[in-house]
Design a protein. Structure first.
Length: 319
């Protein structure tokens, strides 16, 4: 897995290599009365691993997922975020400050949460509840699609999701108004509606609606979507299961970047073979492996991930 450790302030973060460094640039204006700014589109992976004081790297710091995409206007899209603690959230904040055209005015145009597991939505909850620490950060909209209330209750998630909603309600946009919330959903003709994120386009391909299977694992509720910006396309899957991959693989588009589901862990629905087929359907050149170094080393040897490392199914780059 290729990684470049940045120096100084960003030594805690990982920036993807190769094509990311040369993604198209364009002149556009920041929201509000700000001068035009030329920026590159960047994709940064925030590291989820860290050492505890006893020197052990425990599970709390191994899984999780956070991708930060800088848009052409210098604002950001965040996908998930990771755990609800100051270590992870400080990494996110420091990364945003380092890459924002105006470090004292960080604008997150869209914060997308794939599903209600703490290692994915914890960070936004923590930041929202500690805004005095992250005072330079505003969030224009939060996008999600959680399972229905009955499912959340059945899986003991009601209180946690309620805490998430309460935290998000504390966030503010750049104009001081409450952050908008957008639920990814289908239109009347049964198709998912494209969501505009300050010029970037988010195309959902799967979202947990009212008809979500009450017996399915929580990971199966992951929001699967394409993000298009700066002439590049990214397909994010959260912790998508093999069953969902099988269900929607005929609808997925070709993309440049593809995020493998669930940190490369063994598929809990017994359909890990479908994850390979799903990947092949995307024709992705670059694959994102959302895991700390410890979890990457643990999961890369699983048989369901063999296609990433051998034969003609290897991606151009694996990050």
């Amino acid at each position: 897995m290729k990684k470049r450790i940045l120096s100084g302030l960003l030594s805690l973060c990982l920036i993807l290599l190769s094509a990311v460094a040369v993604l198209p640039t364009q002149i556009s204006a920041l929201p509000g009365n700000h001068a035009e700014t030329r920026v590159e589109t960047l994709l940064v992976s925030v590291d989820m691993g860290y050492e505890y004081q006893n020197g052990s790297n425990e599970s709390h710091g191994i899984n999780g997922m956070c991708y930060i995409i800088r848009l052409l206007d210098g604002t950001f899209v965040i996908v998930d975020g990771g755990w609800d603690d100051n270590i992870i959230c400080n990494r996110i904040y420091n990364t945003l400050k380092a890459y924002a055209p105006e470090p004292e005015r960080i604008v997150v145009s869209g914060w997308i949460i794939t599903h209600p597991h703490m290692d994915h939505y914890g960070a936004i909850r923590y930041i929202a509840n500690n805004q005095s620490t992250y005072k330079d950060l505003s969030v224009e909209k939060v996008i999600y699609a959680f399972p229905p209330a009955a499912y959340l209750e059945q899986n003991n998630l009601t209180n946690k999701v309620t805490a998430f909603y309460n935290a998000v309600s504390k966030l503010k946009q750049t104009n001081g108004q409450p952050t908008a919330t957008v639920i990814a959903s289908k239109t009347v003709d049964g198709k998912y509606e494209t969501i505009d994120i300050n010029g970037a386009k988010m195309d959902p391909y799967y979202a947990a609606g009212e008809d979500f299977d009450q017996t399915a694992p929580v990971n199966a509720s992951s929001l699967v979507f394409r993000l298009r910006t700066g002439g590049n396309s990214f397909l994010f899957t959260g912790d998508m299961t093999g069953e969902i991959a099988e269900l929607i693989k005929s609808t997925v588009p070709a993309v440049d970047f593809y995020q493998i589901p669930h940190h490369g862990c063994e598929d809990e629905t017994g359909k890990g073979d479908q994850l390979k087929e799903f990947y092949l359907a995307t024709k992705a050149r670059y694959v994102l492996f959302p895991a700390s170094e410890a979890l990457y080393q643990q999961n890369r040897g699983l048989s369901q991930n063999a296609y990433l490392f051998e034969g003609n199914t290897k991606p151009t780059e694996l990050y």
